[in-house]
Design a binder for this molecule. Structure first.
Ligand code: PMP
Length: 417
C-alpha cells in the first residue's frame, strides 16, 4: 500500500472532513478551534462564502489562462485591488504561486536592478524551502541540512532578538545596526550588496516583531548605499499584524514587497510589488512561470481583499490580538516556564524557557501537543523549537478568542507541570 512520505512531518494527527470560519471538523467527529490557519493562510476563515462563490464562479469561466500567453480578468482586477493597499510608489506587480517563488523572484529582481551580487539576510528569517529560499532562511539549520551546496552570495547579519540577549529593545537594535555596518567593513561591502531581505515580524523564526527602529535603520542604509529593501510580508501581511502590512508598524516603506499566504484565503498565489522604475531594470521575460497568477486563485484574492475591507478585518486583527495577548499574559503569570509573550495582532508567540533562561523546547512541544487534546490547534516555531505560535483567522470573534484562551490555559496547566 502506498503511504505519505515521512519527509512530511505532521504537527497534529487531525484529518479534516470539512472546515468553516475558525473551526476544523475532523473525520474523528471532533470540532477543533483552529489557531494555525494553514500557517497563516486562511485569513478570512475557512471557506468564507464570498471566497467560495468567487472561486466557484471563476472555475466555470476559465481555470488556467497562463498569464504570459493570455491575460485574464481576475488578475487585472487583483492588480487593481492590490493597488488600493500597496505602499505609494509600488505600482508594478507580478505574480507567482508560493512565498518561496516570490522570494526568489525578488532576489533575481534586486540583482538585476542593481547589478550587485550579494543579499543580506537577518538571523532567524524564514523565506522558504526551495534551494535559493532555503539559503536565505536562517530560522533553523534543519531547513537546509543535508542538501548543500546552497546558493552563493548570501550573507547574514544579527537580528535584534532583545529577549534572548536579555537587553532592552533599543540596546539590541543599536548593537545589530553596528554589527551590520561592521559586516559591510569585514564581509561584503555595501556597494556589493543588492538587497536587504527581512520580515516585518519573524514568522517561523520565532514570532518576533522586528523592532521599528531596526527597520528604520535598514531603510536609512538602503537609501544611503543604493541597496534594495525587500520586505517579506508573506506571513505578516494582509492584516495579520493589526495593520494591513507589517512594515507599517515601523512607518517605513520597502522597495520591493512580497505577499502570499493571507492574500487569497488558501488558494496558491503570491505577488511581488515594486516601482515601475525598479521593475524596468529587469529584462522583459526575466520572470514568469506556467501557473503563476492562476485565474481561480486571483478571483479568490479579489474576494479576500474585499472581505478584509468590508468586514474590517485589519481592525479586528488588532483588537482580537490585544485580547489574545492580554489573556496569554495572564496564563504566563501562572507558569514561570513561559518566559515571553509577544506579537503584533493575531500573530502571537509564547516562548518557553527554563529557570536559567535556556530554551525549553520539550515543554513547548508538550504544550503544542496537548492543545490538540483540548481541541485547539496550535504550532511551534523558532530555531530552538521553544515557541508556540497562535495564528487564528482574522475573522475570529471575541468569544472564540476567549474559548481559545481557555483551551490554551488548560493545555499549559497539564503540560507545564
Ligand atoms: N516567507 C515567509 C515569511 C514565510 O512565512 C513563508 C512560509 N512559511 C515563506 C516565505 C515561504 O512560503 P511558501 O511556503 O509558500 O513557499
Amino acid at each position: 500500500m502506498t503511504s505519505l512520505s515521512p519527509v512530511l512531518k505532521q504537527a497534529t494527527p487531525v484529518v479534516v472532513d470539512h472546515a468553516s470560519g475558525c473551526w476544523i471538523h475532523g473525520t474523528d467527529g471532533r470540532d477543533y478551534l483552529d489557531f494555525t490557519t494553514g500557517i497563516g493562510v486562511t485569513s478570512t476563515g475557512h471557506c468564507h462564502p464570498k471566497v467560495v462563490a468567487a472561486a466557484s464562479e471563476q472555475a466555470g469561466k476559465i481555470i488556467h489562462a497562463q498569464y504570459t500567453t493570455v491575460m485574464h480578468q481576475p488578475l487585472l482586477a487583483l492588480t487593481e485591488k492590490l493597488g488600493e493597499v500597496l505602499p505609494a510608489g509600488l505600482d508594478s506587480v507580478f505574480y507567482a504561486n508560493s512565498g518561496s517563488e516570490a522570494v526568489e523572484a525578488s532576489v533575481r529582481l534586486a540583482r538585476m536592478a542593481t547589478g550587485r551580487p550579494n543579499i543580506m539576510v537577518f538571523q532567524g528569517g524564514f523565506h522558504g524551502r526551495t534551494v535559493a529560499a532555503a539559503t536565505l532562511t536562517t530560522a533553523g539549520t534543519r531547513f537546509s541540512a543535508g542538501f548543500s551546496p546552497l546558493m552563493g552570495g548570501v550573507h547574514m547579519a544579527p537580528f535584534p532578538y532583545a529577549y534572548r540577549y536579555g537587553w532592552d529593545e533599543q540596546a539590541a537594535v543599536d548593537f545589530c545596526l553596528r554589527e551590520l555596518d561592521y559586516l559591510f567593513a569585514t564581509r561584503t561591502g555595501a556597494n556589493e550588496t543588492a538587497a536587504f531581505l527581512i520580515e516585518p515580524a519573524l514568522g517561523d523564526g520565532g514570532y518576533l516583531p522586528t523592532p521599528p527602529a531596526f527597520l528604520q535603520g535598514l531603510r536609512e542604509r538602503a537609501d544611503e548605499h543604493g541597496i534594495v529593501l525587500i520586505l517579506d510580508e508573506v506571513q505578516a501581511g494582509c492584516g495579520r499584524t493589526g495593520k494591513f502590512w507589517g512594515h507599517e508598524h515601523a512607518g517605513i516603506s520597502p522597495d520591493v514587497l512580497i505577499t502570499a499566504k493571507g492574500i487569497a484565503s488558501g488558494f496558491p498565489i503570491s505577488a511581488i510589488a515594486a516601482s515601475a522604475e525598479l521593475m524596468g531594470k529587469a529584462w522583459p521575460g526575466s520572470q514568469g512561470g506556467t501557473y503563476g497568477g492562476n485565474a481561480v486563485a486571483a478571483a479568490a484574492g479579489v474576494a479576500t481583499l474585499g472581505v478584509i475591507e468590508e468586514e474590517g478585518l485589519v481592525e479586528n486583527s488588532r483588537a482580537r490580538g490585544e485580547q489574545l495577548q492580554a489573556g496569554l499574559k495572564q496564563i504566563q503569570a501562572k507558569h514561570p516556564v513561559i518566559g515571553d509573550v509577544r506579537g503584533y495582532g493575531l500573530m502571537q508567540g509564547i516562548e518557553f524557557t527554563d529557570a536559567d533562561g535556556n530554551a525549553d523546547a520539550a515543554t513547548a512541544a508538550r504544550v503544542q501537543q496537548t492543545t490538540t487534546k483540548y481541541d485547539l490547534l496550535s504550532l511551534t516555531c523558532g530555531p530552538l523549537g521553544n515557541v508556540v505560535r497562535l495564528i487564528p483567522a482574522l475573522v475570529i470573534s471575541e468569544e472564540e478568542v476567549d474559548e481559545g484562551l481557555k483551551r490554551f490555559a488548560a493545555a499549559c496547566d497539564e503540560a507545564c507541570g
